[in-house]
Design a protein around this ligand. Structure first.
Ligand code: AMP
Length: 446
């Protein structure tokens, strides 16, 4: 005890760093950088989603990345793996127990309650949120420890039309992004009818031949949360559940009516769905309608879900607010991007410039800088590199950027108030009066 390990010497701040002190510090496991190329897809997904979401009357809101850990313990549930195993938590310097958000709904519920949104003149309250979440999951393809979601929530609407509408909105987003999805849907009842069903389910799993097939995790789930036995991905557990009682056969009248209406609305709206009796979702707070969007024609569709959500009618009250029926979904942006890339869907506007502005010499550089501002104001997509003075290297860069035209301003053009327009494909160059240049650009870029 208290013995200093060998070789441990106190570092003097003036000491020269050891050789391996400047080795690259790699990113953490499961974390990823979203590089510029991927960011273009991110923009595409966010822009298309926002366009549709806003049309349906949702307003953007934001919540902190850090919350009191109790918020998640109470909402996300202690029974699920999310809080106990997957959350990043710490005690901060004031001794507060803090959690980094693993999902958006609890923070949005807190925000709804804290800001008294039930008093807002326009009801129901329709919010959307876009941001990062962190879960310390086992990283694999499409499963990261930090990822982005687009979330949408409705507070204060009990009617089944809202369930159908939010499913429709997600469906429209996928359609616009040219992604085929299967809507998986189920009802998991309410606190009145679910307990009796869960007892029946537990009874079914207690049969020896069924129990013997279960994986280790499911054996624990039998005691802690039997409903989760239904969505285990292990093959033997899937076999075990084949004959299990189905919750839709055990719903109370209100829950059954609600579910039937949701399905009827979806039929009317031509949203094709798959009734999935094994879909229960991972979190404790859901009730009634639950759904997920799985990629079409994919063996691992379940693991690669592009989004999911459901109703959580009791959560607002459970979190200290007034009884408020609510529902929502979350779409996984990185997984959607993977799908877009897999489908080779081109980016409509990839942000590439049409024009390169080259200059030669100090005086023409000044002129070119002003000209570049004008091009920006007039909404031309132009690029430049004013640091370079050599024409050859500027033309090489223009070539790499794939622009159609390069505008060249040299000493002579400065004096004559002219600009050279070079067609990058043919290499043809023509001189134009400065006043006529926009007219010529419009003609050539059409
Ligand atoms: P959830 O909040 O777990 O219902 O997830 C909603 C959606 O977020 C999923 O369908 C995925 O598309 C995405 N998602 C969830 N977890 C991850 C993760 N670890 N990495 C990437 N995307 C995820």
């Amino acid at each position: 005890m208290g013995r200093k390990p060998k070789n441990q010497t106190k570092r003097n701040s003036k000491e020269i760093p050891k050789k391996n002190d400047n080795k690259v510090i790699a990113r953490l496991r499961g974390m990823r950088d979203m590089l510029p190329e991927e960011h273009q897809y991110y923009r595409l997904v966010v822009n298309k989603s926002e366009e549709i979401i806003k049309y349906y009357g949702f307003s953007q809101t934001d919540i902190p990345a850090l919350e009191n850990l109790s918020l998640y313990e109470r909402s996300t549930g202690k029974q699920t793996d999310v809080v106990s195993k997957e959350m990043y938590t710490f005690i901060d310097k004031d001794g507060d127990r803090v959690g980094i958000r693993p999902e958006a709904t609890p923070g949005l519920v807190r925000s709804y309650i804290e800001h008294g949104m039930f008093n807002q003149p326009i009801q129901p309250v329709k919010l959307y949120w876009i941001g990062n979440l962190m879960r310390r999951e086992k990283p694999q393809s499409g499963r990261y420890r930090q990822f982005s979601q687009i979330d949408l929530e409705i507070f204060g609407e009990a009617g089944p039309v809202a369930d159908a509408q939010i499913i429709l909105i997600a469906n429209r987003i996928f359609k616009d992004l040219q992604i085929d999805v299967q809507v998986q849907i189920n009802s998991i009842g309410c606190k009145e009818c679910r307990p009796a069903y869960v007892d029946k389910l537990a009874e079914y799993y207690k049969q020896r031949q069924v129990r013997n097939k279960l994986c280790q995790d499911c054996k624990k789930r039998m005691l802690k949360n039997p409903l989760r036995l239904l969505d285990c991905k292990e093959e033997s557990c899937r076999e075990a559940r084949a004959e299990a009682p189905q919750i839709v056969d055990h719903l109370c009248e209100e829950c059954r009516d609600h579910f039937v209406k949701v399905l009827e609305y979806l039929d009317e709206l031509d949203v094709i769905y798959n009734l999935n009796p094994f879909l229960v979702r991972g979190l404790d707070y859901y009730n009634r309608t639950v759904f997920e969007f799985w990629p079409e024609e994919n063996e691992n569709a379940r693991q690669n879900a592009l989004g999911g959500g459901g109703r959580y009618d009791d959560l607002v009250e459970y979190m200290g607010g007034r009884p408020t029926p609510a529902l929502g979904w979350g779409l996984g942006v990185e997984r959607i991007i993977l799908k877009i890339k897999e489908n080779n869907i081109p980016l409509a506007d990839d942000g590439k410039p049409d024009i390169f502005l080259a200059q030669l010499g100090e005086a023409s550089k000044r002129k070119a800088m002003i000209f570049f501002e004008e091009l920006r104001k007039k909404k031309y997509k132009a690029a430049q590199n004013f640091v370079k003075d050599n024409l050859k290297s500027q033309l090489e860069l223009a070539d790499k950027l794939g622009v159609k035209l390069t505008l060249i301003i040299g000493q002579k053009e400065m004096m004559d108030e002219t600009v050279i327009i070079r067609d990058m494909e043919s290499g043809m160059q023509e001189v134009f009066d400065f006043k006529k240049v926009y007219e010529e650009l419009d003609k050539r870029l059409k």
